[in-house]
Design a protein. Structure first.
Length: 312
């Protein structure tokens, strides 16, 4: 199919939500058939547990607008999104999750807002249907990330949104291994709008983003999009050195004026452990940055496709 014949491409990374695929497809078709002349639904199987691929194959067999892509292993949500975008041909692309917390009916509001002249329209979850812990850690991450990166991202905004072909083509130019679709969209710029949408409860399964994975992803995104941690480390080192120099000067003055000699080694040992810990921390941070450079220069593929429903 030619790109100009497809109005909207729906890109859905699929992991751990195969039970919701039939309903997701049915609701998407009901919305899109009354909204645009042509569309495609790209389901990217990120090799989770369950029978997602067989369901995707069955949907594609009965609906030619469904395109299935199966990755060779689990690469992660944002890599699956990248794969879907590489196959997408629509003038507009909609990225959404497969668990139906992103409700297909909200596409109408996103699309109509985009027709006002915006290249990016993202959904703002006015009332997130996540548990307190998920919402708290999300807010904490965005607060820290915004401080370190100078961005102004809203923790109520995720990937669910509609993006013009110009935006998608420019996002695809970014080849770094640390992927965050939402952050890449922010980096490319273009006119943007945020609208409130209804967020739903998961109808099956549970999120794969446990606490450890969230913290690991947060650290990766912060270090990939900001060098402020290094600057803070330098500033901390300077402050510590200044305090040590002032304290040493005070000790010298006390010795020559009042002949006072500090008792014991407690202060020395405390200072030694503090500075040693600081040095190790800074060295480790530099090592993490170097490790990221090492991963980038290897220039490995972002994902590997095992098979697609387009294969003959």
């Amino acid at each position: 199919m030619n790109r100009q014949l497809i109005n909207i491409s729906i890109v859905v990374p699929v992991y751990g939500c195969d039970e919701s695929l039939d309903e997701l497809h049915s609701r998407l078709v009901n919305v899109l058939a009354n909204l645009v002349d042509s569309y495609e639904i790209i389901l990217v199987d990120d090799c989770g547990q369950g029978k997602a691929w067989s369901k995707i194959q069955n949907l594609s067999k009965h609906d030619k607008s469904v395109i299935g892509i199966r990755l060779s292993r689990n690469f992660g949500q944002h890599y699956a999104i990248t794969a879907g975008l590489d196959y997408a041909k629509g003038d507009w692309c909609i990225v959404m999750d497969c668990d139906l917390q992103d409700q297909p009916e909200e596409i109408i509001k996103l699309y109509n807002k985009a027709q006002e002249g915006y290249h990016v329209v993202v959904g703002k979850r006015a009332n997130r249907k996540d548990n307190f812990f998920v919402k708290m850690t999300s807010k904490l991450f965005y607060t820290l990330f915004n401080y370190l990166s100078g961005q102004k991202l809203d923790n109520r905004v995720a990937n669910y949104g509609i993006y013009s072909r110009k935006v998608i083509d420019n996002v695809k130019k970014y080849k770094e291994t640390d992927r965050s679709f939402g952050l890449l969209v922010t980096l490319v710029g273009f006119s943007r709008a945020e609208i409130e949408i209804e967020h739903a409860h998961r109808i099956s399964g549970k999120s794969s983003y446990h606490f450890r994975k969230r913290m690991s992803m947060a650290m990766a995104h912060i270090l990939s999009h900001s060098n402020k941690p290094l600057l803070l480390a330098v500033q901390t080192g300077f402050v510590c050195s200044s305090i040590a120099a002032i304290y040493a000067t005070w000790l010298i003055i006390r010795f020559f004026i009042w002949s006072h000699v500090p008792d014991g080694w407690t202060s020395i040992m405390v200072s030694l452990f503090f500075l040693s810990g600081l040095i190790v921390s800074v060295t480790g941070m530099v090592g993490v940055y170097i490790g990221k450079i090492y991963n980038e220069v290897k220039d490995r593929p972002l994902y590997i496709v095992d098979k697609t429903t387009l294969d003959k």
